[in-house]
Write a new protein. Structure first.
Length: 73
């Protein structure tokens, strides 16, 4: 397959976002199978949640925690 050159450095942010949306729309039409290791990882994480080795946060709480951990001081 021939490599396609895209002048990213010359594109505006809006153009880059449009390009990403077009790529995602096209990719989402294809059926993509998850790799085998996904199933075992998900099972491991579910077991950790069920036996109390880990917990989860709601999205707003998680975003706030992430912002606190990555903010510049």
């Amino acid at each position: 397959m021939e490599k396609i050159e895209i002048p990213l450095a010359q594109m505006t942010l809006a153009q880059k976002l449009d390009l990403m949306e077009m790529l995602w729309a096209d990719l989402s039409k294809q059926s993509l199978d998850s790799p085998d290791w996904h199933e075992s990882l998900l099972a491991e994480r579910e077991a950790a949640l069920l036996d109390g080795r880990c917990t989860f946060s709601d999205w707003e709480e998680a975003k706030q925690r992430i912002r606190q951990n990555v903010s510049c001081k």
